[in-house]
Write a protein that binds this ligand. Structure first.
Ligand code: NAD
Length: 300
């Protein structure tokens, strides 16, 4: 079997000073990519800043014979995100791959969550992914090639106690990814999202202690690396990954119930069971497809 290589490719990995991002950067560099290692270097809640973590990963890559450059900017600001992409252009002359991975946690039950706790988490995960992708987009479009991976989460896809801010950002990334999939199609740009589970400083007090060995970050990175490889044809998709298991996650719609003519609140009550039926379900590629069943009913 041939090895997947990234020679000649330039990758930007955000939040690559620790955890998953660090592993993505190490793996892409080991397989020939030139990598911009971005990390603001704050704590798990995003407090503080240090150029150290990004620099350490760059040194590790160089020690292993790879090519990388550090960037310590904040992806949540317009200037920071532009600087991340500019670092790739200045150091390596282009950008081909964007892995939006940077993230922070400000968990709190919804009753006690402050607007600041909501905004700061949205800013890093959702706005940061938008800003870095947006800074790279004109370059990807112009060269007719690009690969983007956004980092969602099972907590966002399925909801999780104490994470209204984080879950909102992570589900937002699903809509973002699907839309980039559509808009990038004619420019050779593929955008996908992952919903990982791995043992990092973000999860070490949330996952069972004996999970550390089985849920290594090295069991997430192969999926990211595949999705950003030129041979990947999938786009707009979301995959859950962790502990050696990978699966596609889909937004689905049930068969539904409908009637033409007046619709009353009693109609909804009387057909609630049929409205909630899950099977057979449909997975639509776009909004036009999703309108199909409605159009069919309107023609009936
Ligand atoms: P981590 O804390 O080890 O890594 C996150 C990195 O992002 C840190 O190095 C941090 O300094 C950096 N960062 C934070 N804010 C930044 C900013 N504004 N600009 C630049 N860098 C910034 O955690 P991790 O578990 O490796 O998380 C990586 C991503 O994976 C996050 O988006 C996280 O939400 C997501 N995720 C992780 C898990 C898991 O099980 N570990 C599960 C679901 C999703």
């Amino acid at each position: 079997m041939s090895e997947l290589r990234y020679d000649g490719r330039v990758a930007v990995v955000t939040g690559a000073g620790h955890g998953l991002g660090r592993q993505h950067a190490l793996e892409l560099a080991a397989r020939g990519a030139k990598v911009v290692v971005n990390d603001l270097g704050g704590d798990r809640a995003g407090v503080g800043a240090s150029a150290g973590p990004a620099q350490d990963v760059v040194e590790e890559i160089k020690k292993n014979g790879g090519e990388a450059v550090a960037n310590p900017d904040n992806v949540a600001t317009v200037e920071g995100a532009q600087a991340v992409v500019q670092t790739a252009l200045d150091s390596f002359g282009k950008v081909d791959i964007v892995v939006n991975n940077a993230g922070i946690l400000r968990d709190r039950s919804f009753k006690n969550m402050s607007p600041e706790e909501f905004d700061s988490v949205i800013a890093v995960h959702l706005r940061g992914s938008f800003l870095v992708s947006s800074a790279a987009w004109p370059h990807l479009r112009e060269q007719g090639y690009g690969r983007i991976v956004n980092t969602s989460s099972p907590a966002g896809l399925f909801g999780n106690f104490g994470q209204a801010n984080y879950a909102t950002a992570k589900m937002g990334l699903v809509g973002f990814t699907r839309t980039l999939g559509h808009e990038g199609a004619k420019y050779g740009i593929k955008a996908n999202a992952i919903a990982p589970v791995a043992w990092t400083r973000m999860t070490e007090d949330l996952l069972p202690a004996d999970a550390a060995a089985k849920l290594g970050v090295d069991k997430v990175t192969p999926l990211v690396a595949f999705l950003v490889h030129e041979s990947n044809e999938s786009t707009g998709e979301v995959y859950t990954v962790g502990g050696g298991r990978v699966a596609r996650i889909m937004v689905t719609e049930g068969p539904g119930w409908g009637k033409n003519g007046d619709l009353s609140v009693e109609d909804i009550r009387d057909n609630w069971e049929a409205i909630n039926v899950a099977e057979p379900h449909s997975v639509f590629k776009n909004v036009a497809e999703q309108m199909g069943p409605l159009n069919q009913q309107l023609r009936a």
